[in-house]
Design a protein around this ligand. Sequence first.
Ligand code: GAR
Length: 207
Amino acid sequence: MKEKTAKVAVLVSGGGTNLQAILDAEKEGKIRSGKIVLVISNKKDAYALTRAENAGVPTAVITKADCGSQSAFEAALIAKLEKAGIDLIVLAGFMTILSAAFTSRFENRILNVHPSLIPSFCGAGFYGLKVHEAALKKGVKVTGATVHFVNEIPDGGKIIQQKAVRVLPGDTPEKLQKRVMRQAEWKILPEAVEMVCNELLKKKGNR
Ligand code: GAR
């Protein structure tokens, strides 16, 4: 029988608000072409794992420390993802850079959400609050978020969605992070997941 939804795995490291946005979008029927079937964390204590459990989604923890090296870590991730028959991988606050060996295996099948308007404030070293600290330091008046495909260049893959967000007087990195999440990330990430899952199903001949 042909699959009606693409199988989605979400990779996380922290609080998981972007994971929550995807889970909510699936529940509300805004994501119809994909189903979140697996959440993998590289941090044992990530709150994102609790969010997945609350939604009844199977979880796994795979850490670099347990695996011993980057290549063993990536091999363990690949084994888990392939065993589950994953069509699309979503990096939602996944704070580790993946090598070309990993990204080339899932070409145009890995999405990432980044909390700036790429090509500003992105690449190695720009993650989480550091991105907003850099934006405030530079004095930009507009920032935002980007969803893009993941390739071997950190934050370098094809852009899928972007949304601009105003920087306001008195902003701290924390305040700006929250506004960027609320106004941009939690909207464009679920939209991009639906769009790419729909495309993947069409390619597989199921639509
Ligand atoms: C989000 O702002 C996400 O864009 C960012 O980390 C946060 C994770 O929050 N990701 C990066 O900086 C990746 N370069 P969450 O765990 O609540 O979704």
